[in-house]
Design a protein around this ligand. Structure first.
Ligand code: ATP
Length: 623
């Protein structure tokens, strides 16, 4: 990308992305401690050992260092993604971030994590449009939103791909889309974790040039980077190198060789200075780490915003930017985050968020017809299989036990499919939720509601198809009231099963959840079906009582045979259960009360959904 093209881009950015007042981030004596629970006794480990530095507005800073040095840890702390275990001071335009509030800081910053979690079944334009509606709400007209999207796509060279599905974009394009999605609100601070990982050299150059352009417009751009080429290395306004949790170098890339030569570390001719820096960090050259760390800190302090001198400026940054910053510094003694926040657009209201999130879910569902079709086909197939195996068992006094197995099998199958469909998909969804929620696209309640509004009707439709077909094929009574009750108990158990599926998916790692959830389901399912309450030991009776599966099974069975059902046809000389009430009495189902039991199943379901929401909220806000 040449300079001419660059200038063109800049004027484009200037048109619709107004300059925000500068935000400088300084950090002092930042430490990060973790406790390792894998050893006995648990051991504390310090990852960052009190590092300091300053990332300024208008600059593109690269946090470099060997693998495991603590780059992502520092970025997480600065972005506010990690709070627990960290100590030290983070100053935003001179004011402690704690007094400003993390949520307030998040309003003026965004964090683009390493994994691109774009929604594969949305087109680029749709993803942009939905994000724009969520982030800008009604504060901007539809025309202005459209214009903004067009400009962002053009700016990030994605305009030709606006109708491409996000899942089909290349790695570099996905990265650019992730940046475009966050640029909608034009935040003055952007953190990027390894934005060039997995990109080829051309895409890496494009990505870095883009970040540089964004920085030149007054943003504070901070990214972590592994080992850039010499050409890429030169593009940064500041390099911040970490080694073993210490700051090893902080300054201009072109000053690196001079700085290192003071310690007898000479970069070989034609050697990439970025490689040279990493080699020093890993200890390939004999160096005194403590001495280097001390000097780097001093160097950082000298370059601090308090000592700025326009004459010492990096020419890339532009005098205009500095004049603006100096004016800002004069006008506001302490923090101006509040001022910046006030000029940011207001996000969509909760109801609008719900509307857009629901619309997004509908769009994705419509594109995922294979998955949807498969769910329906599975229910139809199993209902046919049940229909063939248990053909007409419902209207015969001799086959009442066979009918019991049909009822039990239906409950179990529907419970399993309802639980598994969400248990497996929710953890996949969670990554996107984490990123979007952290960057304040929406709040949790509308997200949860939009998810339920799409999941519950799909599952309820699958259950309905299954019940209608199997009810008919197994010869159950043609009475609307019995059919309604039977349907109600099966729908209720599916509602609760979905809730427990969400809860297991939110609480446990997926490998454990797929194993534990069915184990629990089967354990609770045996109560009421294979044995009566009076037959089981006192120890197990509480489980019989609390099993919502037992409630659903008994409710379904009573719907078919209770409520004064007349005598069943008997095709043998003697049928023990010609009078269905006899079977209900023998199984101790006779005293079953429909309303409290169905309420109990639904209450367990509601509890599971509430616990899921609390778990997700806790995980999202556990910093
Ligand atoms: N929660 C944690 N528990 C235990 N160790 C941790 C934790 N978080 C980070 N670490 C350790 O801290 C060190 C720094 O991790 P970090 O992810 O910041 O490294 P990095 O410099 O970003 O590495 P890379 O370039 O490979 O991503 C690593 O040794 C890592 O194992």
């Amino acid at each position: 990308m040449d300079e001419k093209q660059d200038t063109g881009m800049e004027s484009l950015i200037m048109d619709h992305f107004s300059r925000r007042p500068p935000i400088n981030i300084a950090f002092r004596d930042v430490k990060y401690n973790v406790t390792s629970w894998h050893t006995l006794p648990p051991q504390k480990k310090e990852i960052l050992h009190g590092i300091s530095g300053e990332f300024r507005s208008g600059e593109l800073t690269a946090i470099m260092g060997p693998s495991g040095a603590g780059k992502s840890t520092l970025l997480n702390i600065l972005a506010g993604f990690t709070v627990r275990g960290s100590s030290g001071e983070i100053l935003i335009n001179g004011e402690n971030r704690r007094s400003i509030g993390l949520e307030e800081f998040k309003k003026v910053s965004c964090y683009i994590q390493q994994q691109d979690v774009v929604r594969p079944l949305l087109r680029v334009s749709e993803a942009m449009s939905l994000a724009t509606h969520l982030k800008l709400g009604c504060s901007v007209s539809a025309k202005a939103k459209h214009q903004k999207i067009l400009e962002l796509l053009r700016m990030l060279s994605l305009d030709e791909h606006s109708s491409t599905m996000c899942g089909l974009l290349s790695g570099g394009q996905k990265k650019r889309l992730s940046i475009a999605l966050e640029l909608i609100t034009n935040p003055p601070v952007i953190f990027l974790d390894e934005p060039t990982t997995g990109l080829d050299s051309v895409s890496t150059t494009q990505c870095v040039m883009l970040m540089k352009r964004l920085a030149r417009q007054g943003r504070t751009m901070v990214c972590t980077l592994h080992q850039p080429s010499a050409k890429i290395f030169e593009q940064f306004s500041q390099v911040y190198c970490i080694a073993e949790g210490h700051s090893l170098y902080q300054g201009l890339p072109e000053h690196l060789n001079t700085f290192m030569s003071n310690f007898g570390l000479v970069c070989p001719t034609y050697h990439n200075p970025a490689d040279f820096l990493i080699e020093i960090a890993v200890g390939d050259y004999p160096r005194d780490l403590r001495q280097l760390v001390k000097a780097a800190e001093k160097q950082g302090q000298e370059a601090s915003v308090t000592n700025w001198d326009p004459l010492k400026l990096n020419s890339d940054k532009g005098l205009e930017m500095y004049n603006l910053e100096l004016a800002e510094k004069k006008s506001s003694v302490s923090s101006d985050v509040g001022g910046v926040r006030n000029c940011l657009p207001k996000p969509a209201s909760v109801w609008l968020q719900l509307f857009h999130l629901y619309y997004r879910n509908v769009l994705i569902m419509r594109r995922d017809l294979f998955n949807l079709g498969l769910r329906f086909i599975a229910h139809i197939m199993i209902s046919l299989v049940f229909g063939v195996i248990y053909n007409n068992v419902g209207n015969n006094a001799e086959t009442i036990l066979g009918n019991g197995i049909y009822v039990y099998g239906s409950n179990l199958f529907l419970h399993y499919t309802s639980q598994m469909s969400v248990l497996l998909s929710f953890p996949l969804e969670y990554e996107s939720l984490t990123r979007e929620h952290f960057n304040r696209w929406y709040t949790l309640p509308p997200y949860c509601l939009a998810l339920l509004l799409i999941e519950l009707p799909i599952q309820a439709s699958c259950v309905s198809v299954f019940i209608v077909l199997s009810y008919y094929l197994t010869g159950q009574p043609y009475e609307w009231s019995r059919f309604g009750l039977f349907m109600m108990f099966n729908q209720a158990i599916c509602f609760t099963a979905q809730g427990t599926g969400f809860l297991a998916g939110a609480l446990l790692p997926v490998t454990i959840a797929v194993f534990l959830a069915p184990v629990f389901s089967v354990f609770f399912s045996v109560f009421g079906f294979t044995c009566k309450l009076s037959d089981i030991t006192y120890l197990m009776r509480p489980f019989h009582k609390i099993s919502y599966f037992r409630s659903a099974f008994q409710g379904s069975f009573v719907a078919l045979y209770g409520h004064n059902r007349t005598e069943l046809p008997c095709y043998e000389r003697y049928c023990h259960y010609k009078k269905p009430i006899k079977f209900l009495v023998d199984m101790e189902f006779a005293g079953f009360e429909t309303a409290p039991e169905v309420s109990y199943i639904l209450a367990v379901g509601v509890l599971a959904y509430v616990l899921t929401a609390i778990t997700v909220w806790f995980k999202l806000n556990k910093r």
